[in-house]
Design a protein around this ligand. Structure first.
Ligand code: HEC
Length: 130
């Protein structure tokens, strides 16, 4: 394969990935978190890590999901299953203990668990069309 066609092939992969990332950012930025007090141990540290580790870019600030990542709040998974999905993943970049320690991952888990359940659809006045 010539050098030029290798560059074209690399670009063919890079451009869609970048586009998807940009789209994910736009969706996530539209949903900045409020200042509400959160319950749960370590939830504030977890939120800080959730932001610094870029989880929000794909899963949204409230874990609501977006273009690039699935909904993860409020997770029903036990910690062990949640951690396994973060450490060994398919479509998501895996986070090894070198970049995210077990303690830090536990704090993120506590943050995700602390996100309140959304109200039932019937209780959202904007969705009542009768
Ligand atoms: C680049 C985008 C991206 C980033 C950044 C990212 N994720 Fe994900 N995440 C995904 C995608 C895509 C999936 C679906 C993976 C699959 O099905 O193989 C996923 C799946 C998950 C799941 C499994 C959800 C389920 O119920 O199946 C968890 C938990 C999760 N991510 C947590 C996190 C946490 C915590 C962080 C930050 C430390 C993070 N993710 C960062 C894209 C991302």
């Amino acid at each position: 394969m010539s050098a030029r066609s290798r560059i074209y092939r690399a670009l063919g992969l890079a451009v869609p990935v970048l586009l998807l990332w940009t789209l994910g950012c736009a969706v996530a930025w539209a949903d900045e978190p409020g200042d509400e007090v959160r319950e749960g141990d370590d939830a504030d540290e977890g939120l800080a890590l959730y932001i610094s580790q870029q989880c929000w870019q794909c899963h949204g600030y409230e874990g609501q999901g977006g273009v690039a990542g699935v909904r993860i709040a409020r997770t029903v998974l036990p910690y062990e299953a949640f951690a396994r999905l973060v450490r060994f993943t398919n479509l998501m970049p895996a986070y090894s203990p070198k970049v995210l320690s077990d303690d830090q991952l536990r704090q993120i888990y506590n943050y995700v668990r602390s996100i309140p359940e959304p109200p039932p659809l019937e209780e959202i006045p904007e969705l009542d069309f009768d």
